[in-house]
Design a protein. Structure first.
Length: 210
């Protein structure tokens, strides 16, 4: 009988781990239509030819509105703005004074931005990702999203939720580079300015359309 109880506890714990992260993701996708937060991003490159791994840190702000609108503003150490307006993804590099524009339908697909800002529900996400819950860690509920297409640059994404809110985005690309974004001061469903997701290339900037 003790063995049965122990097995039941193990199975129940495993089921709760599987359901918890997915539930958090589904609640976030369905219930958070707009959001804004500050973030810190650390990008780590794998070691090469006996050299240790190197990392770079940056900070900025993140805003989104479903469906398919988001804005990342990098402030330190370099100023860059990434905006998706529903039709085009714009990347503005202040130091280079260069704007890169790409059609949004060709860019998003199985990307972390699609996980956070584009899909209306889990079913839509599951068209592009294999989703599975991971055990809770660091007081966060975790989901792992693996792109079904192997043609992209993303190998897998882990999303952490704390108290139901977005807390961490952990991205591993096909080159072994890891990018971890930690979100703070997250606001769910704030009122955003109407021009938040509009972008106009600054006068004199070099515009490259791809």
């Amino acid at each position: 009988m003790k063995h049965i109880v122990a097995i039941s506890v193990l199975l129940l714990g495993s089921w709760q781990a599987r359901a918890g992260g997915l539930d958090a993701l589904e609640n976030f996708v369905k219930g958070t239509h707009t959001g804004k937060a500050e973030f810190t991003q650390v990008v780590s490159s794998p070691p090469r030819e006996g050299q240790p791994s190197r990392s770079k840190s940056s900070t900025g702000t993140f805003e989104f509105e479903r469906p398919a609108h988001f804005r990342f503003v990098y402030r330190k150490p370099f100023e860059q703005t990434l905006v998706a307006d529903g039709q085009t993804v714009w990347l503005y590099d202040v130091d280079l004074n260069q704007v890169t524009a790409r059609k949004q339908v060709q860019v998003l697909g199985a990307t972390p931005a699609a996980l956070l800002a584009s899909a209306p529900d889990l079913k839509a996400l599951q068209a592009d990702f294999k989703l599975e819950s991971l055990p809770d860690q660091d007081e966060q509920e975790w989901v792992q999203a693996t792109p079904k297409s192997r043609d992209g640059q993303i190998q897998l994404v882990k999303i952490g939720f704390k108290a139901g809110q977005l807390a961490t985005l952990d991205i591993l690309d096909s080159f072994g580079q890891r990018s971890v974004l930690n979100f703070s001061a997250f606001q769910a469903n704030p009122s955003l300015r109407p021009d938040t997701f509009q972008f106009r290339p600054p006068a004199g900037a070099d515009v490259v359309r791809q």
